[in-house]
Design a protein. Structure first.
Length: 89
């Protein structure tokens, strides 16, 4: 389980990106890169990381389910994810 501070930091970054998204798009359209560099670092969407909704883990993240592999496996084996079954052949 990730530390709570990491997940809270990620939430703050997402809010900052959302706040400056329109302004960044406008400045990019004008090709005013000097003004873009004056914006906060966390205003760039590149600085966001995908994190598991359950655990906050950022490695082995599955975009389709927004879960890490560990959380996904636990939920899939308990039958909580519809349409997902353990394969056998």
């Amino acid at each position: 389980m990730a530390k709570k501070s990491w997940t809270e930091r990620d939430k703050r970054k997402r809010k900052t990106v959302e706040k400056y998204a329109e302004l960044r798009a406008e400045l990019k359209e004008k090709k005013d890169y000097a003004s873009i560099s004056q914006l906060p670092r966390n205003a760039s969407p590149v600085r966001l990381t995908n994190r598991c909704l359950m655990t906050g883990r950022r490695r082995a993240f599955m975009r389709r389910f927004k879960l890490s592999r560990i959380a996904f496996r636990e939920l899939a084996l308990s039958g909580m994810i519809p349409g997902v079954t353990k394969s056998s052949w």
